[in-house]
Ligand binder design. Structure first.
Ligand code: ATP
Length: 585
C-alpha cells in the first residue's frame, strides 16, 4: 500500500474530534489493507515497535533537523527557525519541503513497507559512529516524500504523531472492518451513530478483540489475526512470556464486612503495599520486568532481576507483584513517592539501588512452566506462588496473605498492615480466575478513608544526608478558642524532595516558605512563626498526652500547602474534639 493512503487517513483523523468518525476512517483503511497490515497498524499509532518494546530509535531533534536540511536544501539554521515557530518539526519539514526546487522531486512513490523498514532500521544503529547511517536512512525517506508525507515521517520519528487516536477507536475499527459485514454494521455519518443486527453479537466481537489485545498489547498482531483467521484466530491468540499482559485491576471495598460480601467467604486477605506493580517474565534464562503501564523497566531494577534469578524456582514464568520501597536505615516501608524516581531513572542505577532498595511482594502467577494459569482459581495460584518463591524479607517473598471467614481476624490483619506502613489490605475471591485488563471485582482494595485537616506549621527538622539542605519533617498545630497554637504531632510523609511535580508539597518549597519565619534553632530542630498552613491527611485521631492539643494523628501525610489560608483559618481544637467523638461513635 502507498504511504500516501495512510497520510490521507492521518489528515482525516486530525481534522475530526468525533470518535465514531475516527473509527469509521480507520475501519475503511483496514478494509483496504492486505499483506502489510502489521506494519500499517504500528505506523497508524505513530510507532514501529509495540509500546512495551524496549527498543528506541535514538534520534535527537538535531539529527532530524540535519535530515530535513539535507532533503529540502535549506540550511540547518533555517530549519531551526521554522521549528521554533510551531514547536513541531513535522510542520517545519512540511513547509520547507513544499518550497524545495522541483528538480529534487522524484516520481517514485513511498510505500508503507519502505517507510516502516527504514525507520525500523534506524533503531538498529545504536552507539557511536552510527549517526551518519541514521541520517542516510531518514534523508532517503524525506527526499522521496511529498511535503505532507514528510510531515508524518518526521512526527513518527520524533514520537509525536499529533492526530489523536485512542486504543478504543482502534479496537472498534478492527471489529467494524473485519466483522462489520456479518454484524450488518452501518455507520451514519450525519447522526454520528451506528446500527448493528444484534447488539449482543457486536459485544461478543468487541470483547474478543479486547481480550486478544489485553494478552498481547499489540494491535498489529490482533488485526492480522482478525483479518486472516476471523473470530477463531482471535481466540487462539495467547499470552507469550516476555510480552507484558494487561494486569487485573481492583474494585473498592468500604470496609471488611462489605469486602466479604463482595468476594465471599472464605476470602484471601493480603497487605496492600504502597509501591508499584511489577510484572516479572522469565524465558530462556532472561528476566524482563514491566510496569503496570507496560513499560519495560528491566534495566532500572537489576536488584529485582537478581532476586528473581536467585529466589524464584522455574525456567519460564509470568508473575504479578508489588515492589515496595524501604529505608535502608530504618528498614521501614516508604511511601510510593519516595521510590518512584527509580522507575524513570536511566543513570546512576546502582547508586539508586543502594539508596532506595525495594522489596518484591509476589501476589499472583499467570503462567508457569508451559501452563497458562489465567483460568485456575486464585486459591491454587497462591499455593503455586508459595511453592516457587522463597521468602527472603526485604528482597523478595510471597506477599503477606491470610485466608479467613472471620471479620475480627480480618480487621486485626488490616490494623497490622497499616501499622507496618502499608496502605491497607486487598480482599480476593479464592475461586476467581485472573482477568487481564479487567476491573471485575475479583480483588478489592480496602484503604481506610483519609480525612484532611488544615494545620499550622510551628517547627521543623532539617533532613539528613542528601536532604540536609531541606527541612524534611514538620511540627503541626491546630488553633484553640483563644487563638493559641496547640501541637498535634509531626508529619514527614507525603512530601517530595524537589519541585518535580505540579501536585503536593515539596521540601524545597517548604524550606523557602519557612526560612524567613525562623525564630530559633536548636540542633536540627527549628521553630518558626506560625504562618504556613498545610493540608494534612490522616487515618484516625487519637488521644495523646504527648502533645499540647491532647490529640495525635495516625498515619498523617502532607497533601498540599494551603497558600490561600492564614494561620487563624486552621482547623480548631473544637473541631478536632468533635471529629474524635464522631469517629468513635
Ligand atoms: P487502580 O489500580 O484501582 O486503578 P490505583 O492506581 O490508585 O487505582 P490502588 O488504589 O493503589 O491503585 O489499588 C490497586 C493496586 O494496589 C494494584 O494495582 C497494585 O499495584 C497494588 N497492590 C499492592 N498490594 C497488592 C496485593 N497484595 N495484591 C494486588 N495488588 C496490590
Amino acid at each position: 500500500m502507498d504511504y500516501k493512503k495512510l497520510v490521507d487517513v492521518y489528515e482525516a483523523l486530525g481534522s475530526t474530534t468525533k470518535r465514531l468518525k475516527k473509527t469509521a476512517i480507520i475501519a475503511e483503511l483496514l478494509k483496504q489493507t492486505n499483506a502489510d497490515i502489521q506494519k500499517l497498524m504500528l505506523l497508524l499509532q505513530g510507532r514501529v515497535f509495540p509500546t512495551w518494546d524496549q527498543r528506541e530509535l535514538g534520534v535527537a531533534d538535531r539529527l532530524l533537523i540535519k535530515a530535513i536540511a539535507a532533503s529540502s536544501g535549506a540550511t540547518s539554521d533555517k530549519v531551526e527557525r521554522e521549528f521554533a515557530k510551531t514547536g513541531d518539526l513535522g510542520l517545519a519539514a512540511e513547509s520547507l519541503l513544499r518550497n524545495r526546487r522541483q528538480s529534487t522531486l522524484t516520481s517514485r512513490s513511498l510505500t508503507i513497507t519502505k517507510v516502516f523498514d527504514n525507520i525500523r532500521k534506524v533503531a538498529e544503529f545504536q552507539g557511536k559512529g552510527t549517526v551518519e547511517r541514521k541520517l542516510q536512512l531518514i534523508s532517503e525517506l524525506l527526499t522521496t516524500a511529498t511535503a505532507k508525507e514528510a510531515k508524518y515521517i518526521v512526527r513518527t520519528i520524533s514520537g509525536n504523531l499529533r492526530v489523536g487516536i485512542g486504543s478504543g477507536s482502534i479496537r472498534d475499527a478492527i471489529v467494524w472492518a473485519f466483522f462489520g459485514k456479518e454484524l450488518e454494521l452501518k455507520y451514519d455519518d450525519k447522526d454520528e451513530a451506528i446500527k448493528v443486527r444484534d447488539r449482543a453479537d457486536f459485544g461478543k466481537y468487541l470483547d474478543a478483540v479486547q481480550s486478544a489485545y489485553d494478552l498481547t498489547n499489540d494491535f498489529s498482531v490482533v488485526a492480522e489475526a482478525a483479518q486472516t483467521k476471523g473470530l477463531k484466530g482471535l481466540s487462539t491468540i495467547s499470552l507469550k512470556v516476555g510480552i507484558p499482559i494487561k494486569v487485573m485491576l481492583a474494585q473498592k471495598a468500604k470496609d471488611v464486612e462489605d469486602g466479604f460480601r463482595q468476594v465471599g467467604k472464605p476470602a484471601a486477605i493480603e497487605y496492600k503495599y504502597d509501591g508499584f506493580r511489577i510484572q516479572l517474565h522469565k524465558s530462556k534464562g532472561t528476566i524482563s520486568l514491566f510496569t503496570r503501564r507496560l513499560e519495560n523497566v528491566t534495566k532500572q531494577f537489576p536488584d529485582v532481576v537478581k532476586y528473581a534469578k536467585e529466589y524464584i524456582k522455574g525456567n519460564e514464568y509470568i508473575l504479578d507483584s508489588e515492589a515496595v520501597g524501604y529505608s535502608p536505615k530504618t528498614r521501614k516501608y516508604l511511601p510510593f513517592q519516595m521510590v518512584s524516581q527509580r522507575i524513570k531513572r536511566k543513570y546512576d542505577i546502582s547508586k539508586l539501588e543502594q539508596e532506595l532498595p525495594v522489596e518484591v511482594n509476589i501476589f499472583d502467577v499467570i503462567y508457569y512452566e508451559g501452563k497458562n494459569y489465567i483460568s485456575t482459581p486464585f486459591r491454587e495460584r497462591r499455593k503455586l506462588v508459595e511453592k516457587i518463591v522463597k521468602s527472603v524479607p526485604l528482597k523478595i517473598k510471597p506477599c503477606e496473605h491470610i485466608e479467613s471467614s472471620n471479620e475480627e481476624e480480618a480487621k486485626k490483619f488490616l490494623a497490622k498492615a497499616l501499622d507496618s506502613g502499608n496502605e491497607g489490605v486487598m480482599l480476593k475471591a479464592l475461586d476467581a480466575p485472573y482477568k487481564p485488563g479487567s476491573r471485575v471485582g475479583y480483588m478489592l482494595k480496602l484503604k481506610p478513608s483519609f480525612d484532611t485537616l488544615d494545620l499550622v506549621v510551628i517547627g521543623a527538622d532539617w533532613g539528613e544526608g542528601k536532604r540536609a539542605k531541606y527541612l524534611s519533617s514538620f511540627y503541626i498545630a491546630c488553633v484553640d478558642e483563644d487563638g493559641n497554637f496547640k501541637e498535634i504531632g509531626k508529619v514527614a510523609s507525603g512530601i517530595k524532595e524537589l519541585e518535580d511535580s505540579a501536585e503536593g508539597a515539596t521540601m524545597q518549597q517548604m524550606t523557602s516558605l519557612l526560612k524567613p519565619l525562623f525564630t530559633s534553632e536548636k540542633g536540627k530542630t527549628i521553630t518558626v512563626k506560625p504562618k504556613v498552613v498545610i493540608e494534612v491527611e490522616y487515618g484516625e485521631i487519637q488521644k495523646s498526652p504527648t502533645y499540647s492539643s491532647g490529640y495525635a494523628l495516625r498515619f498523617p501525610r502532607i497533601k498540599t500547602v494551603r497558600e490561600d489560608r492564614k494561620a487563624d483559618d486552621a482547623t480548631t481544637l473544637n473541631e478536632i474534639e468533635k471529629l474524635y467523638k464522631e469517629q468513635n461513635k
